[in-house]
Every structure is written in C-alpha cells, then in structure tokens.
Design a protein. Structure first.
Length: 145
C-alpha cells in the first residue's frame, strides 16, 4: 500500500471517529421508549412494561416496546396501548424511527428459552401515516434539530 493510500485510510478513520457516524444514539428517541413505558405502567391492567432501544448505522433507530397485561383485559388493552405508543412517538421526537409494540397476556408472558420464545397476544409496528390527522389529534411534532 502506498503512503498516500495509507494516509487516506487513516484520515478517513479519524474523520469517522470524530463524527460518531457509527454511534447514532439519540436521547430524544431513548426518551420516547421511557415515556411509553411510564404511561403504560399507569394503567391498572398493565402488569409489566419495558422497552429496548437499538441504534446504529446498520439498523437505524428502533424501539421495541413490550407490555404484559392481565389476561382478562388483553383484548381491550391492545388498542389503548398502541394509541399511547403512537402519541408518545409523535410528541417525543422528530426522528423517524421504527417502533414495534408487543403485547403479552399474563397467562402467556414473554419468555425466551432454548426452544424459542413465546408468541405475543398482539404485535404491531406503529406508523405515522397521516401527519395532518396526528397533528390535529396530538398537537405539533417537535421540530427537527
């Protein structure tokens, strides 16, 4: 490798390291996951709630929000949980993220074992398909930074 090529590679590495191109962490996206869980936990039918925030150059911004609800209220809880997630996403960040909501019943809670994991009662990706309707319903979305 010539000296110029080596210098170019080293320079590029420093530039990328300085710009944190591979990090992609956003506090406002993390806050969306925290807010969803906090709002869900206020509901009496929610037994447990958690989220996982994944980020990076290869996957973008992804939140997996998971709730476990009382079995007898599972069917009626799903729509409300999805609504809360959509509201908190809309109000919480200007970032376009991938938000996945999984709802389990306490009769069949989330488990991971060597043979696989349990199936959620409901599984949905939350979309912001109609910005005008969402703005009318929830107010303005945060401005892009």
């Amino acid at each position: 490798m010539s000296f110029r090529k080596a210098l170019a590679v080293v320079s590029l590495a420093f530039v990328l390291a300085g710009c944190n191109v591979t990090d992609q962490y956003h506090e406002d996206v993390e806050a969306v996951g925290k807010q969803i869980v906090a709002d869900w936990k206020e509901l009496p039918e929610v037994v447990d709630a958690k989220y996982e925030y994944r980020h990076g150059l290869d996957q973008g911004q992804v939140i997996y929000a998971t709730a476990t609800v009382r079995d007898e209220s599972a069917e009626k809880s799903v729509e409300q949980l999805e609504e809360i997630a959509q509201r908190d996403y809309w109000r919480g960040t200007s970032q376009n993220i991938s938000l996945h909501v999984n709802v389990y019943s306490d009769a069949n809670p989330q488990t991971t074992s060597p043979t696989g994991s349990s199936k959620p009662y409901s599984q949905k990706r939350i979309e912001l398909d109609d910005p005008a309707a969402l703005e009318k319903k929830y107010g303005p979305r945060p401005a892009k930074k």
